[in-house]
Design a protein around this ligand. Structure first.
Ligand code: SAM
Length: 206
């Protein structure tokens, strides 16, 4: 059996926004459920770790960055990088101990902030051509390296439309994993947060 895997999200924003918070909680709970570890690294001084994260045994908050954490064993870390030349494959689960992600909110068009981690020289792998949210990228990586599902066999839903009512909907500009009904898998509370943000944007117009 291969060693316990670690999923590292290097937090690249100065603070913790509500979207990232929900994403990190989802990653922590899935890490706990799959007997893997989740490290949120490079946390600035004064970073408030939400109780919902602290309560998860599989979760570690870390002030040090990934370079320091993996000093001397850089080759064991795989950076999930939308600009990498090679796609992730199930065998990568045997080659790497840790999988590294940018703790960045998705943006449209993508600003390539993953380059901040690319510069550090970790071996990179792509998860296909479409931008995913950070929790989706971690979910897909688990499916490939732990469940050994080929990247192109993962069920996806691209740019799903979230319907809030008959007249209100939002299209999400990302790729998600689809559940058995074809709906995007999202962190708990995310749909409500997106609706709240959409309502606020509308209110601000008037
Ligand atoms: N727009 C972003 C950027 O500036 O790079 C992408 C950020 S994405 C929301 C957050 C993280 O998920 C990325 O840093 C990367 O680790 C991972 N990720 C998302 N989509 C990916 C893909 N198609 N291939 C590889 N990694 C991906």
């Amino acid at each position: 059996m291969s060693a316990k895997k670690t999923f590292i999200v290097e937090h690249l924003d100065p603070e913790l926004g509500p979207w990232s918070e929900l994403e990190y909680i989802a990653i922590a709970k899935e890490s706990q459920a799959t007997n893997t570890a989740f490290i949120l690294s490079s946390l600035p001084d004064g970073f408030r770790v939400p109780t919902a994260l602290q309560d998860v045994e599989a979760f570690t908050a870390e002030k040090r960055g990934v370079e320091e954490l993996y000093a001397g064993k850089k080759e064991k870390v795989c950076l999930l990088d939308p600009a990498a030349a090679k796609d992730l494959c199930p065998e990568d689960g045997d080659a790497f101990e840790a999988f590294l992600f940018g703790g960045i909110l998705g943006d449209d068009p993508p600003r390539d902030r993953t380059s901040e981690l690319r510069k550090k020289g970790f071996e990179g792998r792509r998860l296909g051509p479409k931008q995913m949210t950070t929790d989706t990228a971690v979910r897909v990586t688990r499916m490939v390296v732990q469940d050994k599902i080929a990247l192109d066999k993962v069920p996806y839903t691209d740019f799903p439309e979230l319907k809030f009512s008959q007249h209100e909907s939002t299209e999400m500009p990302f790729r998600y994993v689809a559940d058995k009904d074809g709906n995007p898998i999202m962190p708990e509370g995310m749909k409500e947060l997106i609706q709240k943000d959409a309502d606020k944007a509308l209110d601000d117009l008037f």
